[in-house]
Design a protein around this ligand. Structure first.
Ligand code: AMP
Length: 241
């Protein structure tokens, strides 16, 4: 199996110019693999993954006012209000580690968020334009990926009881810690998240499809191939800047 770093080395071997990834976003329904891809690209290109889901879960775990508002909404499969999420993203984008680029994962999820982001990026003089990546996976596969997903609360490794089970029962291979399931990864909440996705987030994909910096990939291929496809497309689009 080829890991993210080997994929990155291969890309650099065929392309003398070091890629400056700039701002990019990963879109797709719950379970398409945005988080997995973002983590791989982050490791390969050294730019941060900005997952609004992770940022919100962090607020929840720290018991901040935003976390208290967000928890119930997240557990029901609905979306946290745009202005709260935009504000959280603005604070994260102000951090210096975003200078060479970043990967937005799970944001924007509504047209209002997309417009806010477009305006913000458009207001940065000389800033690289956004590249939007859409990952497609069938409904049945998404259901298995989401309802089978478990993670280790100690090291955050992700397993799937159907597709990638741990070696023993439901404990982490590395830590031996019992795996946990996210409260919103049940089948009932999955269907609600898909309804939310179709109504509010699918139009965001169409919004970016109309731009010249849009890439669509088949998320049912092995994860390494999906990643190689995304990185090659981003490198090609950046070379045309
Ligand atoms: P995720 O981990 O990306 O699947 O997000 C988990 C949950 O966090 C979602 O179901 C929403 O309730 C909330 N959330 C994450 N990102 C956003 C966003 N961009 N806008 C609104 N709510 C969000």
């Amino acid at each position: 199996m080829v890991g993210p770093l080997q994929v990155a080395e291969r890309l650099h071997a065929t392309d003398d110019k070091l890629v400056t990834p700039g701002p990019m976003l990963l879109m797709g329904a719950p379970g398409v693999g945005k988080g997995t891809q973002a983590k791989g690209i982050m490791a390969a290109w050294g730019i941060p993954q900005i997952s609004t889901g992770d940022l919100l879960r962090d607020h929840r775990d720290r018991g901040t006012p935003l976390g208290l508002v967000a928890t119930q909404i997240m557990n029901s499969g609905k979306l946290v209000p745009d202005d709260l999420v935009n504000q959280m993203v603005a604070e994260r984008l102000a951090q210096p580690d975003t200078a060479r680029g970043y990967i937005l994962d799970g944001y924007p999820r509504t047209l209002a968020q997309a417009e806010w982001l477009d305006n913000r990026l458009g207001a940065i003089p000389g800033g690289l334009p956004l590249i939007a990546v859409s990952i497609r996976v069938s409904y049945t596969q998404l259901l298995r990926r989401i309802t089978g997903r478990r993670n280790c609360p100690t090291c955050q490794r992700i397993y799937n009881v159907y597709l990638q089970p741990p070696k023993v029962d439901t404990v982490c291979d590395v830590e031996g810690t019992p795996l946990v399931q996210r409260a919103d990864d049940t089948e009932a909440v999955f269907h609600e998240r898909m309804r939310t996705y179709t109504a509010l987030t699918a139009p965001v994909v169409e919004h970016y499809r109309a731009s010249s910096r849009f890439v669509e990939v088949d998320g049912e291929q092995p994860a390494d191939e999906v990643m190689a496809g995304i990185m090659a497309a981003v490198a090609r689009l950046r070379s045309q800047n």
